[in-house]
Design a protein around this ligand. Structure first.
Ligand code: 4NP
Length: 151
């Protein structure tokens, strides 16, 4: 039962986008064996729904999945097989906090595509959220076989 945690700073913009797109794809493919969640390295927005601009993109280009912001907690390093960071700052924070055995679970979200950052769209315009969607959707295409192919 592969389990994946998507992580950004606030858990209201980028990681909810990845989380929702992954859940929708799993639903559409009937994959009840996959577990997805998302969290933030910061707890600033804990308890809040996803940013309305993320929800707007999801409504227009996919489907909305109920999500509430929460911070990364120590147990996440046990519970999840893959912990995917949206940018280099999130990656460094996650690696620093990871217990030794879990450091290898932490990767960049875009490792299998551009290898770069999913840029933080919070202070930018609405088109930044469409760009997040595109980067994350391409990366999910690339990650998917690793989570679904028997090996
Ligand atoms: P996210 O975006 O990390 O993609 O959820 C942000 C959300 C909030 C803030 C920064 C980035 N903030 O500074 O409050």
């Amino acid at each position: 039962m592969p389990s994946v945690l998507f992580v950004c700073l606030g858990n209201i913009c980028r990681s909810p986008m990845a989380h929702a797109l992954a859940v929708v794809r799993a639903q559409d493919e009937g994959r009840t064996d996959l577990v997805f969640d998302s969290a933030g390295t910061s707890s600033t927005h804990q308890g809040e729904p996803a940013d309305r601009r993320t929800l707007e993109v999801l409504r227009r280009r996919s489907r909305v999945v109920p999500m509430v912001s929460r911070p990364v907690v120590p147990d996440d390093y046990q519970r999840f097989d893959w912990i995917l960071a949206m940018d280099g700052s999130n990656l460094a924070t996650l690696r620093r906090r990871a217990p030794g055995h879990a450091k290898d679970k932490v990767h960049r979200m875009l490792a299998p595509t551009t290898g770069g950052d999913v840029p933080d769209p919070y202070y930018g315009g609405a088109d930044g959220f469409d760009h997040v969607h595109d980067l994350v959707a391409d990366a999910l295409d690339a990650w998917w076989p690793r989570w679904t192919d028997p090996s």
